[in-house]
Design a protein around this ligand. Structure first.
Ligand code: 5GP
Length: 179
């Protein structure tokens, strides 16, 4: 088993590059069907979703735009449960079909707060695409229309996801090692 160390923690392989790319292609295929004839605006949530956004957009073949925002609610390995800020949305999203692209949904509070905020800007529709969802951690009802993997309640890093700033650069996803 190829363990990795990030800061003081050891992680074990969880999702391979092939599994991730397969899931990304599947989401892209659904988006191409569902948004045919529309021109969606993808809103990538930085920093974590940068890799997912990049790979996902390569599988999308309908006319579309992409922009990025930053929402912050996480501190180390704990979700603080509050969105501290939504930074950088310069586009006018009124009347647009929005697809929020997120790396992982844990408590769901970040996405719920983001949805509430985006809805005040009167988009035509808002859907969420998240590569990972931890169903056992959800603290609110949230519709994740496009989901790559449902995963257990364990901290993961890699493929854009960090542990205190490190570990985003891996092509694979690693899970906190069983003690
Ligand atoms: P939520 O508000 O759904 O609890 O948290 C969502 C955010 O927490 C994600 O965008 C991500 O940045 C961070 N997060 C949640 N779970 C994990 C995890 O297992 N690993 C990492 N690296 N970040 C996580």
């Amino acid at each position: 088993m190829h363990y990795i160390t990030v800061h003081d923690k050891t992680f074990q392989p969880f999702l391979s590059e092939m599994e991730i790319q397969g899931a990304v292609r599947k989401i892209g295929k659904s988006l191409n069907q569902d948004y045919k004839g529309k021109q969606p605006l993808f809103i990538g949530v930085l920093n974590g979703a940068f890799m997912f956004c990049s790979d996902l957009l390569k599988t999308v073949d309908i006319p579309c735009e992409i922009t990025f925002v930053r929402l912050s609610s996480y501190d180390g390995m704990e979700s603080t449960g509050e969105v501290r800020s939504i930074i950088n949305l310069q586009e006018d999203i009124a009347g647009r079909d929005i697809i929020l692209v997120e790396d992982i949904v844990d408590s769901g509070l970040t996405m719920q707060k983001a949805l509430t905020y985006f809805e005040t800007l009167n988009p035509k529709s808002v859907a969420i695409a998240s590569l990972l969802v931890k169903p056992d951690c959800l603290k609110c009802e949230i519709d994740i229309k496009y989901c790559g993997f449902e995963i257990p309640e364990k901290f993961v890093v890699g493929y854009g996801l960090d542990y205190n700033g490190h570990g985003r650069n891996f092509k694979e996803i690693y899970q906190l090692r069983q003690e």
